[in-house]
Design a protein. Structure first.
Lengths: 76, 248
C-alpha cells in the first residue's frame, strides 16, 4: 500500500502562538518552539519530528492565521 | 510532492489583527477558499460589519464595502439588486447581526434577498470589551453581567438560525462550528453550499458559525474551543435547518 508522508512549513512570523495546531495533530509532532521568539513576540509553532508527518493538514485547517503550508509525498 | 494545503488567493497578504487563537481567522479563510474554489473571486462583493471583523475588507481579496453597525444586510440588498449577477455576501458577528442589526437580518431573510450571510456567533461582544450579547449563554460571565447572565433579568439567548429558518424567504440555514479540524471541514462544506444556492438564485442563505473569544471569555485558545464544545453546542445545536427542495 502506498504510504503518504508529509512536509509542513511554517511562516513563523505570522504565528501568534495560540497552540491550536498542537491539539489536532494525530501523530503529536506539532509543538511550540520555546527556544525562539518571532517578530510578534510569540513562541512560534514548529514540528519536532518531520519524518512522522503524514500530511493530513489538520494543523493548517485549524490555524487561524494561515501560518502553515502542507505538502504530501506518496511513497510506493 | 503535491501541495495539500496552501494559503488561498481569496485572502490578501495582510496579517489578521485578531487576538491569538481567535476563530475569525479560520472563518475568513473558509469563506475565501470557497470563493476561490467556485471561481467567483472577481465577481464577489462582500459587506463588512462593525465589531472585531470590521477590517474584513482588508483581508478578503475581492470587492468589499463597509456597512454601518448591523446594516450589512441592508447594504448587501442594495448591492445585489443593482448587481444581480454578482455574488454578494455579508460577514457579521453576533453583536452586529443579533442585536443592533436584528431588524435588518430578519427582513432581508423575509424578503428572500439572494445574498449569503456568514454569521459568527461567539456569544459575547468582542471588540468593545466583552459585554453581554443577545447570544450570551445563561450563567456566562460578561463585563455587563459579572455574576453571569440572569435569564429573569436579561432573558434567554436568541437562537438566530432557528428564528430565521421559520421565514419562507430563507432558503438555506445551517449552524456549524470550528472547534476541531473535522468541524472546520464541515463548516467549509456548509459555506460552499450556501454560496452555490446564491449562484442558483434560490434566495436568502445564512451559515451560523460557532466561534470563540478567548480574550473576553478569559480562557486560553485551546480551553476556549473546549468551552465552545461543552457549553455552546448543547444550546446551539449544529446542523442544517433549511435547504431548498430537491437540493442535498
Amino acid at each position: 500500500m502506498a504510504k503518504s508522508k508529509g512536509a509542513v512549513t511554517f511562516n513563523e512570523d505570522r504565528c501568534k502562538g495560540c497552540e491550536l495546531c498542537t491539539t489536532v495533530c494525530p501523530v503529536d509532532i506539532v509543538v511550540m518552539n520555546r527556544e525562539k521568539i518571532n517578530v510578534k513576540g510569540y513562541h512560534p509553532a514548529t514540528v519536532s519530528d518531520m519524518d512522522k508527518c503524514i500530511g493530513c493538514a489538520n494543523c493548517a485547517t485549524i490555524c487561524p492565521d494561515t501560518v502553515i503550508e502542507v505538502e504530501r509525498i506518496i511513497e510506493k | 510532492m503535491t501541495k495539500v494545503f496552501e494559503k488561498t488567493k481569496g485572502l490578501t497578504d495582510k496579517p489578521f489583527h485578531y487576538c491569538p487563537g481567535c476563530t475569525h481567522g479560520i472563518i475568513h479563510r473558509l469563506v475565501a477558499e470557497v470563493l476561490e474554489e467556485l471561481d467567483v473571486l472577481g465577481e464577489s462583493i462582500g459587506v463588512a460589519p462593525v465589531g472585531c471583523s470590521v477590517f474584513a475588507y482588508d483581508y478578503f481579496n475581492c470587492d468589499m464595502q463597509e456597512a454601518a453597525h448591523g446594516r450589512a444586510p441592508a447594504v448587501a440588498t442594495g448591492i445585489k439588486r443593482v448587481h444581480p449577477d454578482k455574488v454578494v455576501f455579508t460577514y457579521q458577528g453576533d453583536g452586529d447581526l443579533a442585536s443592533i442589526g436584528a431588524a435588518e437580518i430578519v427582513h432581508a431573510a423575509a424578503r428572500g434577498e439572494k445574498i449569503t450571510t456568514i454569521f459568527v456567533n461567539n456569544a459575547i461582544y468582542g471588540m468593545t470589551g466583552g459585554q453581554m450579547a443577545p447570544t450570551t449563554l445563561v450563567g456566562q460571565k460578561a463585563t455587563t453581567a459579572p455574576y453571569g447572565r440572569d435569564a429573569s433579568h436579561a432573558g434567554n439567548p436568541i437562537r438566530v438560525s432557528e428564528m430565521l429558518a421559520t421565514l419562507d424567504g430563507a432558503k438555506f440555514v445551517e449552524r456549524v462550528s470550528v472547534h476541531n479540524a473535522a468541524e472546520v471541514r464541515k463548516a467549509k462544506k456548509a459555506i460552499k453550499k450556501a454560496f452555490e444556492m446564491q449562484l442558483k438564485g434560490e434566495g436568502f442563505g445564512i451559515v451560523e458559525v460557532l466561534s470563540t473569544c478567548p480574550t473576553n471569555w478569559g480562557l486560553t485558545p485551546v480551553e476556549a474551543l473546549k468551552w465552545l464544545e461543552d457549553n455552546m453546542i448543547p444550546y446551539y445545536p449544529l446542523g442544517n435547518l433549511c435547504t431548498p427542495e430537491g437540493v442535498k
